[in-house]
Design a protein around this ligand. Structure first.
Ligand code: SF4
Length: 371
């Protein structure tokens, strides 16, 4: 199966994303939705106001918790006019327990605008809905598709998670290019006759099957036959989340330098990160083979053979090492006269005497093989 890399620079292969593929994705999804959809009080009534209220409430709250709030709210404010005219104190009371009160204040402003500019009717075009106070692209897409049958996607975190897994994209889901690409793909998938159901099916799939924490229930999923993450068993590594702000990415090249018996390690500085611990020699940056070999020669060693071994990474609080690595066979290491700050140790010594931090755990197996 072809892995799709989605980024602002990389196009999605057309051979996968066209014609019958779209139809089968939408078809499978809608069949599943017809049999499994959640019964919710704002569903199946084609009421834009109900869709709007429910989507705003759902932004920070789970469905089960929202239902009683929703019923109470629309019981007292059943339409745009009543919302526009509601006393602010009463409005706050109706929202009490949901938090993020700016959401309901914005709803009231938008309701007042709908009264003055649209004669009390929520506009049906995506762009007009998007201009209303407190409504972002996801909510506008939900209202336009569910209440007005417009072919626009409603893309939230659930949908991005599903699509990252489905397409096998390792681009962080917050990436603007990724989001645009998913918008383009889903826009083409949405069937003309059931855009609202398509979006609601994605919502339900993200909430009940392709879930984040417990892991997806791929055996129950209507997309499993075409899903990269499911087929390749990579659901645990997808979606990729963006690095937290401020975490610095530090490229590093790790050198596992060995003769037939010993492995080179060195002690880290007494201050700073992993102070005083032992490590495989490493160099800042991503070195190619020639550069890695030169580096070993600069240490006074005589490299005989170089082999690229697996990449690894380690996350610290404020930075992340992205490690490229080489295993380099050298002529005999002189334990009595080690070069520079290096030591040449056996498998047993490494286990008993030298603390090698878990940041290098991917390479310990090479070390141990060499004792
Ligand atoms: S097959 Fe699994 S990983 Fe893929 S979309 Fe369905 S639940 Fe998510």
């Amino acid at each position: 199966m072809q892995k799709i890399t989605i980024s602002s620079e990389t196009a999605v292969p057309d051979k996968l994303w066209h014609g019958s593929f779209y139809e089968s994705l939408a078809g499978n999804l809608l069949r599943w939705y017809d049999a499994n959809k959640r019964e919710l009080p704002w569903r199946d009534c084609r009421n834009a106001y109900f869709t709007w209220v429910s989507e705003i409430m759902l932004q920070q709250t789970r469905v089960a918790a929202v239902i009683p709030y929703f019923l109470r709210f629309i019981g007292e404010l059943p339409d745009v006019k009543s919302l526009a005219e509601c006393q602010p104190d009463r409005l706050m009371k109706l929202w009490e327990g949901l938090g993020y009160y700016s959401r309901v204040r914005n709803m009231q402003k938008a309701a007042q605008r709908i009264m003055s500019e649209y004669e009390g009717r929520i506009p049906g075009e995506y762009d007009e809905i998007l201009r209303l106070e407190g409504i972002g692209p996801y909510t506008a897409g939900a209202i336009a598709s569910i209440a007005f049958g417009k072919r626009v996607p409603a893309i939230d975190g659930n949908v991005l998670r599903i699509m990252a897994r489905f397409t096998g994209s390792y681009v962080p889901v917050s990436d603007t290019g990724f989001r645009k690409e998913i918008h383009r793909l889903l826009s083409a998938c949405i069937p003309k006759d059931r855009p609202g159901d398509f979006n609601q099916a994605m919502m339900d799939l993200g909430a009940t099957v392709c879930v984040p924490k417990e892991g997806p229930a791929c055996k129950k999923c209507p997309l499993s036959t075409g899903c990269f993450a499911c087929i390749r068993q990579e659901t645990e590594s997808l979606p990729v989340k963006a690095q937290k702000k401020g975490r610095k990415i530090v490229p590093l090249t790790v050198l596992v330098i060995q003769d037939g018996k010993y492995t080179a390690i060195r002690k880290r500085k007494e201050k700073g990160l992993l102070a005083g611990m032992y490590e495989f020699p490493n160099v800042a940056g991503t070195l190619n083979e020639q550069e890695a070999l030169q580096n070993v020669k600069n240490e006074g060693l005589d490299p005989l053979k170089i082999e690229r071994i697996e990449d690894s990474f380690h996350v610290f609080t404020h930075l992340e090492w992205r490690m490229t690595a080489y295993r380099i066979r050298v002529a005999e290491l002189d334990r009595e006269n080690p070069e520079g700050d290096m030591r040449f140790v056996s498998k047993d010594e490494s286990g008993q005497k030298y603390a090698i931090p878990s940041a290098f755990s991917a390479y310990i197996k090479y070390f141990k093989e060499n004792g």
